[in-house]
Design a protein around this ligand. Structure first.
Ligand code: KG4
Ligand code: ZN
Length: 335
């Protein structure tokens, strides 16, 4: 959807979208103008309630979504009246079904009551729109790398509406590999940031190197479960936590960079955009900026993890807009 033309020729009316995100354990709402100007953004996480279980517990996450949804919406809307909202956007999937249902039901209710269009958004694509909010510009074709706790994939955007999956992981996601290995070292969920912190204390080199699964093979697919096994083996051999964290991060970042570089050559994309929680990793940013220079865009750190700003931003460009009764939650929504 592009900015709507005002009756006066040549004058563009701004478009204000309310975004709602509830795919996992964050309950988020945001109001965004024209896909790039953040009017308000609220994120409430149920992580603390599930951390002692060592990961997200779907039933607990869904109950917390239901508890937080209305207060989060109230706070995000503040003094904004429904007449100032042009459309409601919501994460349709992929994600946890119980969590998704809360956001979709809330969005449907508002869309119906306010008589505004409802725009369904794919959570993975939404992650790729974070850089646009901080002033970034897409030069198509764009190669998107989504690296989150549940997904690792490459996607080609020929335009905002012509989008194709390039490759994905055959087993674990990169974030999942960080989290599972962090758990072995005794860190709470999600352990990605702890691994990154520990690895940074061992700047320079380490005698330990872990395998880079599929890195030198022709495929653009990813695989991280073998790396987790190698990590466990090295841990059993008595390697220090610092060595293990450093080697793990190096292996994951190297695989991501290699596959992205190969995909860039094969697709002829003109730039790369990285999204998802793992995009907060400083080493990943350094390596990508070294390899791809000014051709790579990263989200601002505050928009790396789950939020509703990117939902409203993606909705603005998605070109799809429908009725409240035409959207349903889909836990395994394809691209
Ligand atoms: O996108 P996200 O917030 O949630 C999902 O949709 O999955 O991603 C969460 C993932 C977790 O696996 C977490 O460990 C990882 O992002 N993560 C990191 C860092 N910050 C978050 N992984 C490595 N280094 C980081 N600095
Ligand atoms: Zn996410």
């Amino acid at each position: 959807m592009s900015p709507c033309k005002d009756e006066t020729p040549g004058i563009l009316r701004t478009m204000q979208i309310l975004g709602i995100e509830t795919s996992c354990d964050e309950t988020a709402a945001a109001v965004v103008k024209d896909g790039r100007e953040v009017v308000s953004s609220v994120v409430s996480s149920s992580l603390a309630a599930t951390q002692r279980y060592g990961g997200v517990v779907p039933e607990v996450a869904a109950r917390k979504q239901a508890e937080y949804m209305v207060p989060v919406l109230r706070q995000a809307l503040g003094d904004i009246s429904p007449s100032e909202i042009d459309a409601v956007a919501v994460t349709q999937g992929p994600g946890l079904i119980g969590s998704l249902l809360v956001g979709v039901a809330a969005a449907q209710s508002l869309s119906y009551a306010w008589q505004k269009p409802l725009i369904p958004v794919n959570h993975l694509l939404a992650h790729l729109y974070a850089p646009l909010v901080s002033g970034g510009v897409f030069t198509f074709p764009v190669l998107g790398l989504v690296v989150s706790g549940g997904h690792t994939l490459l996607v080609l955007l020929r335009s905002h509406t012509n989008i194709e999956l390039v490759s994905e992981t055959r087993d674990d996601a990169a974030g999942e590999c960080f989290d599972k290995c962090a758990r072995v070292l005794g860190f709470p969920y999600p352990g990605g940031p702890d691994i990154a912190q520990l690895a940074s204390t061992l700047s320079g080199t380490s005698s330990l190197s872990l395998p880079q699964p599929l890195a030198s093979e022709d495929t653009l697919d990813f695989s991280f479960s073998g790396l987790k096994t190698a990590f466990l083996r090295a841990h059993g051999e008595g390697r220090t936590a610092g060595e293990l964290a450093y080697a793990l991060q190096e292996a994951i970042v190297a695989v991501l960079a290699r596959k992205t570089e190969r995909a860039l050559q094969q697709t002829g994309a003109r730039m790369i955009v990285v999204g998802g929680g793992v995009s907060a990793n400083a080493r990943l940013r350094d390596v990508f900026e070294e390899v791809f220079k000014e051709h790579v865009l990263f989200p601002p750190p505050s928009l790396s993890t789950d939020n509703a700003v990117v939902v409203a931003a993606r909705a603005f460009y998605s070109g799809s807009s429908g009725s409240w009764d035409n959207v349903s939650a889909d836990p395994s929504l394809p691209l």
